[in-house]
Design a protein around this ligand. Structure first.
Ligand code: EPZ
Length: 422
């Protein structure tokens, strides 16, 4: 059978209301934290995506009992039966967040053997800061033949100074510190919404985390963590942004409900600058756009700056803006590969190291293109929605890693997207 492709007939205006799913990056963190609980955990609002499936396989490998209802988005985890402290390479290759099991297993079992993680190929993704943080808590951590071996008879809270702002490093140290003796302080911590969500989940289990959402987080470890009530993860910031960009790209009128508008300020500001109209309600955002968009300049930054995960979809939109846009990617060094694919669709792009200069063209045209990572896939979907003709996107599995039923959601708004293996 031929490889699966996503086909998009462009030029359809998106109109209507769509509900955003639970957050991918918060889901993988909260699920890994569930192994800290001595009582069964119920986690709600989880997206039905491949990274959640990999998380389930990981928990089951460790010996936890998991019941996962992808339709309802509800998972129950009973980690009282955990009997292993290793994560197989096959699972680590498929998900970056496998590294969270180093911190979580250290806290829960005093040891972990986890191969260096995989995930999207968007540049170097070392975990030296994660390891440094765990050593500051007294763990002995060595990497041998690509496997991180961590152990600690006892973890003791300490000061952790991050050399750079790292989302994964902050999460991993929070997990390890949750049952350490005394107080751990993370300086230069990441402030992303999913850090706050993980802190709320840990606190709901009895941990004492303060300062999440600022650059100094204090964690007072406790002996026993226990889930007492169901916990619902926050809506997906990046899916919300992708849908907002899709609305603007098709000169549509779309209301995205179930989202948190304050998480979207950096994108909202840029869409307004481009000439789109954005209206915010408590838990919904309406994006409307008529006429041509103006070119803009933006740089990716840590939260609350413009998120690197939206750089790719946003740069797709800029391909048809009037004028020349400049995009600086400050977080990952190889996150412009989608632009080379879009050149096949008529985009005019020059790349100078971490800067992409995009000269807007009046119209993209359909082509066969390849998703090189998750958000590159989303960017190609946006480009396909704008293009004349039927675009074919290869490597759809990247899109399924992080977007729940993306084509169903877009089709409900008027898009023409389907998959084929013919
Ligand atoms: C998280 O990756 C997200 N993944 C990414 O989402 C997101 O792009 C990224 O944060 C930035 O927001 C998950 O949450 C599962 P980092 P992470 O540690 O934790 C350097 C998506 O599309 N660094 O904040 O891996 C690193 O090389 C994905 O959903 C070190 O040098 O990102 C990078 O340049 C892709 N040493 C920068 O820091 C370390 O020990 C930020 O990385 C850790 C990081």
């Amino acid at each position: 059978m031929a490889e699966e492709r996503m086909l998009i007939t462009g030029g359809q205006r998106l109109e209507g209301t769509v509900r955003v799913s639970g957050g991918k990056n918060t889901a993988v963190a909260v699920i890994s934290a569930s192994i800290l609980s001595r009582t069964p955990c119920v986690i709600e609002n989880l997206p039905n995506i491949e990274d959640v499936n990999v998380s389930v396989e990981t928990l089951e490998h460790l010996g936890a009992k998991v019941s996962w209802d992808p339709k309802a988005g509800v998972m129950e985890v009973d980690a009282s039966t955990i009997c292993r402290t290793d994560v197989p390479l096959e699972l680590c290759r498929r998900m970056r967040a496998s590294s969270y099991y180093i911190g979580a297993l250290l806290a829960r079992c005093g040891q972990a053997q986890v191969p260096l993680p995989g995930g999207c190929d968007i540049g170097r993704r070392p975990i030296d800061q994660h390891i440094k943080g765990m050593r500051s808590l007294g763990a002995v951590v060595e990497t041998q033949r690509g496997v991180v071996n961590a152990r600690a008879d006892k973890l003791v809270g300490g000061d952790v100074f991050m050399d750079m702002v790292t989302v994964g490093g902050t999460i991993n140290v929070m997990l390890a510190a949750s049952q350490a003796e005394g107080i751990t302080t993370i300086y230069n911590a990441a402030k992303e919404p999913h850090i706050v969500d993980l802190a709320n989940f840990l606190n709901s289990m009895g941990c004492r985390v303060k300062g999440a959402g600022t650059d100094v987080i204090r964690i007072r470890g406790v002996n026993t963590l226990a889930c007492r009530r169901p916990y619902a993860v926050i809506p997906d910031q990046i899916e919300t942004g992708t849908l907002m960009i899709a609305a603007a790209a098709t000169h549509g009128d779309v209301t995205i409900c179930g989202c948190i508008p304050t998480h979207m300020e950096a994108l909202t500001a840029k869409l307004l600058e481009m000439g789109a109209r954005v209206d915010e309600r408590d838990d919904a955002i309406r994006v409307r756009s008529i006429g041509a968009h103006r070119a803009v300049t933006f740089k990716t930054q840590v939260y609350p700056g413009f998120p690197t995960d939206l750089q790719q979809p946003m740069s797709a939109l800029l391909c048809t803006a009037t004028g020349t846009s400049t995009v600086v990617e400050n977080i990952f060094e190889s996150r412009f590969r989608h632009l080379a694919e879009m050149e096949r669709m008529g985009a005019r792009v020059r790349i100078y190291e971490q800067t992409a200069v995009i000269e807007g063209v009046p119209q993209l045209h359909a082509a066969a293109v390849e998703a090189t990572d998750l958000r590159a896939g989303a960017a190609l979907v946006i480009a396909g929605l704008m293009a004349q003709g039927t675009t074919e996107i290869y490597n759809t599995h990247f899109i399924d890693r992080g977007y729940e039923h993306l084509e169903d959601k877009l089709n409900s708004l008027g898009a023409k997207i389907w998959r084929t293996r013919e």
